[in-house]
Design a protein around this ligand. Structure first.
Ligand code: MN
Length: 222
């Protein structure tokens, strides 16, 4: 028999410990301006979710190959929630009790492939869940939801700059909604959606996501 695959992990700020990753969930459209830039109506839609494989995680500081099958790799700066406990059918007032910590993240996207999938009514798996597609900075332990700015820079040029308070669905609401669909467990990561300003990362470029109070999530591509 083959060896059991290693459990993917992400870094923890100020510690040599690694946080084990079970599943990665992502929210589709959670900032009004980004929803509009992608052609949606921010007032009409409840949160929707997609997933990435757990082993798509990449530490901040990584140098990843430019992904195959795309000519339009995009960054999406996002707040990432890490769960330290599980639950199902949660109300928002009980949801934050599941949180272990938070990190800055980058939901890398093959945008051209995603646009083709949308047009053909096909799934997003290959446009969102490819190798090295989930950049996660070091986790900060604590359940208090981070506040402040979320920014993305590509080779130092600011491309995304928003306030976490602009989220349509706050962290507790996201966890509560998701827990109506699947049973959540310790080790789950949730990417909470990206603000407006998504755009390309070219070969050789450095993309840095910064959230006030959290360690950065940077990646160099190609
Ligand atoms: Mn995203």
């Amino acid at each position: 028999m083959i060896d059991a695959p290693a459990c993917p992990t992400v870094a923890v700020a100020g510690s040599a410990d690694r946080f084990p990753v079970r599943r990665i969930f992502c929210v589709g459209r959670n900032y009004a301006e980004h929803t509009r830039e992608m052609g949606g109506d921010p007032n009409a839609e409840p949160p929707f979710f997609f997933t990435k494989p757990a082993d798509a995680v990449v530490d901040s500081g990584a140098h990843i190959p430019y992904p195959p099958a795309t000519a339009d790799l995009h960054h999406e700066a996002e707040l990432v929630v890490a769960l330290g406990a599980g639950g199902a059918f949660l109300s928002p007032d009980r949801a934050l009790a599941l949180v272990w910590g938070y990190a800055a993240g980058n939901d890398l996207t093959r945008r051209d492939m995603q646009a083709a999938a949308k047009a053909a009514r096909r799934p997003w798996d290959m446009s969102k869940g490819f190798d090295h597609s989930a950049v996660v900075g070091a986790l900060r332990q604590g359940s208090a939801v981070p506040q402040g700015r979320i920014r993305c820079r590509v080779d130092g040029v600011v491309t995304q700059d928003a306030d976490l308070a602009e989220m349509i669905w706050p962290v507790a609401g996201i966890i509560a909604h998701l827990s109506q669909l699947v049973e959540l467990k310790a080790g789950d990561l949730i990417f909470t959606g990206t603000p407006a300003g998504v755009g390309p990362i070219g070969r050789g470029q450095l993309c840095e996501v910064q959230i006030d109070g959290l360690a950065p999530a940077s990646v160099r591509v190609g």
